[in-house]
Design a protein around this ligand. Sequence first.
Ligand code: ADP
Ligand code: ZN
Length: 519
Amino acid sequence: MLQSSANLERARTTLREVFGFESFRMVQEQVVGRVLGGQSTLAVMPTGAGKSLTYQLPAVMLEGTCVVISPLIALMHDQLRSARANGIRAATLTSADADWRETQDAFRAGALDLLYVAPERASQPQFRDFLSAAPLALFAVDEAHCVSEWGHDFRPDYRQLRPLMDAFGDVPRLALTATADLRTRGDILGQLGIPDDGLVISGFDRPNIRYTIRPRDNLSRQLERLVDEQPGPGIVYAGTRKKVEDLATSLARSTGRPVLPYHAGLPAEQRAANQAEFVASEDMVMVATIAFGMGIDKPDVRFVAHAGVPKSIEAYYQETGRAGRDGDPAEAVMLWSAGDFATARMRIGELDEARQMGERQRLDGLAALVEAATCRRAILLRHFGETPSESCGNCDNCLNPPQVLEVTELAQKLLSACYRTGQSFGFGHLQKVLTGASDARVIERGHDRLSVYGIVEGEEAALLQPVSRALQARGCLVPNEHGGLALGGEARALLKGEAGLSITKPPARSERRQRRSRN
Ligand code: ADP
Ligand code: ZN
């Protein structure tokens, strides 16, 4: 343990001389100060805020080795490279390393500042014996939300870290994460044995990112337009490998921009080459699955688009957070459809019983963000425990406040039509029944004799689609494998009038007309 004021003086010198940075960013100084003072800490800092420095710098200053537990070998090797580039004595112990002997000797000789290991290794009893051979300065647990079952990335091996760290009770602990809601934070503190007052949270706001969330009507068109308006590098996230390939091809053709695909189905060399090209490029669009982006250091990404819905608000924040790290204006655009939610809900249904509830709540949180008529940023920041102002002036809803429509009655009509036709017909059929179409299939089934036949008229008819979308996003209408809709979730509460539904008015057509006239 070092004494505090002299500590920070020395820390600033080290920051300059070893890392080449002029000043600390945000809460870095506070975290470093705590670590140097031997206080266990959970630092919650957004991606790009500079978490690594908060253990690397103390590792350089303190006597003994800092053991870093990190979940991904690729990330460890990135960290290793950059630490070594700064002249820090660092090593990794992973299945991908050939220099185990050297690393172990260096550790025993007290010649390592940083030792990176995977949680699987850290949980082995031999590892504990190995660590007793030389003095330790710190345990740093990266991606600490992996310890929480409530978190979206639970790793059972993280649960073995507590016994390991308890065996070295006087070594301080530093847990790091970018994405932790209140409940996950509590979990991390408890599971890793960090006192409640050891929590340090950095601001989550990324004021230069403009958030836009809208339904997908013509995906290639919508993306083409975004790419045309944003000359800088960008990432388009798509859900499947095939989607990635298709979109990459169509965007390359329609925009004339350099476009590359990235997904787990590509050979490793190809992925590495595509990533390197993207990092070096000033105008490339990377179409990728979420496999892409972790640990990439590219500050000038000008836009991140989602051609589908992310898993949760955390995932959305993390993925969009890859835009605009240089602080210049950047766009985050999500293009969603009812089908995305239906697919996500179906996948959740296939998970272990124990995980379903958490995942469903996360998706509901995302649905609320998507459907919201109020400031998107405020919703995000509240989710991370902050108390933001009601309006940010830099999201779609603040810039163009949407009209909110109370559509409970129309929702009830749609749900009754679904119920009365036997919960097996798709949206198109229900629409025909409700609007009283003299359609052969409707008449053949006798659906023209139902009480719901023709009860939706005029302007209301145009709202059926967005209402259906909102009901599917909430899980009140659930498609089967043939696209037929059944009631689910809160549908009954809505039908009984115990719950209501409002939607935001769908985006104005005029925008599209404007675009046509421009071309
Ligand atoms: P995180 O792990 O929080 O996503 P990193 O540790 O990868 O973030 O840091 C993100 C980037 O910020 C890196 O390029 C790093 O070199 C840089 N960085 C970290 N701290 C500082 C600082 N105090 N001043 C300037 N740049 C910094
Ligand atoms: Zn806003």
